[in-house]
Design a protein around this ligand. Sequence first.
Ligand SMILES: NC(=O)c1ccc[n+]([C@@H]2O[C@H](COP(=O)([O-])OP(=O)(O)OC[C@H]3O[C@@H](n4cnc5c(N)ncnc54)[C@H](OP(=O)(O)O)[C@@H]3O)[C@@H](O)[C@H]2O)c1
Length: 295
Amino acid sequence: MKILIGGGTGFIGGALTRLLRSKGHEVGHISRRPGAGITWAELAAKGLPSCDAVVNLSGENVLNPLRRWNSEFKEEVVLSRVNPTRALREAIVSAKTPPRVWLLVSGVGYYGPSLTEEYDEDSPGGDSDFFARLVRDWEEAARLPQDTAQLVRQAVVRSGVVLGKEGGAIKQMIWPFWLGLGGAIGSGRQPFPWVHLDDMSGILAHALENESVRGVLNGVAPSVSTNGEFCAALAASLGRPAMLPMPSFVLEAMLGPERAAMLLEGQRVIPKRTLESGYKFRYPQLRAALQNIVS
Ligand SMILES: NC(=O)c1ccc[n+]([C@@H]2O[C@H](COP(=O)([O-])OP(=O)(O)OC[C@H]3O[C@@H](n4cnc5c(N)ncnc54)[C@H](OP(=O)(O)O)[C@@H]3O)[C@@H](O)[C@H]2O)c1
């Protein structure tokens, strides 16, 4: 297949590109940077290049430690997701020969944070807080009109926290843990929906390659963990103690209360449709996933 990936130069995009190329697919990127693929301006001017599949992974890093959580940055977080998604949807709708499949990666922030509730792909969401509304608007921007939807298969993968060596949460957390300074965040009882990078790219490749996959798939491991369990397992896999919990007020001072809530609260998410669609997880259990990552 010829596959075009918006934001394919990043953490998930790099792993997905390697996996798809190893399977014999041809992969191109859409990027803000000329030379890394076609640019968004070229997409707007010339339309969608001929391809079999389109994926969108673009978005400003919400946990960017260099950016204060203010209205300007919040708008950038939203627009960096919604605008590229809308641009790709419009390019697909206008294409003379549309691709066979259109795939978006959004987030499990769609579901409201809760200590007790369990969510699968059919659970309601999209209105509890800033992140839920962001995912609602992001997925809405991807939705194809009915006539195009009859020609183009569409799927959305709602991702949990992606764990991998090269980036994401582990890259930000590994040094404090390595120095023995890591520990649970807040109470540590909040759910921590996670997925290994190999499974995230595996689920995306599965959705691209299988004609029967459509609609929402949760991109999370089937074993549910809490933040405290995750932090203890990360420390153990590094052979370090995990004794110093991070108090809520410290995180709120560092990240701002709304963004800190992403780590202080969480959602218990089940990949029901993902499993039903036939995807087999390489890393269903947290300890094995972390051992693979830190080894
Ligand atoms: N990583 C996770 O744990 C996780 C969890 C849930 C959901 N997701 C979602 O999955 C997608 C991919 O995640 P990732 O971890 O691979 O992200 P990433 O590496 O931080 O970024 C992906 C790409 O987005 C583009 N980008 C960055 N800032 C942008 C901006 N301000 N405006 C427009 N484009 C921008 C960049 O491409 P160019 O520089 O080439 O333009 C970048 O390579 C994101 O939408 C993210 O929200 C990720």
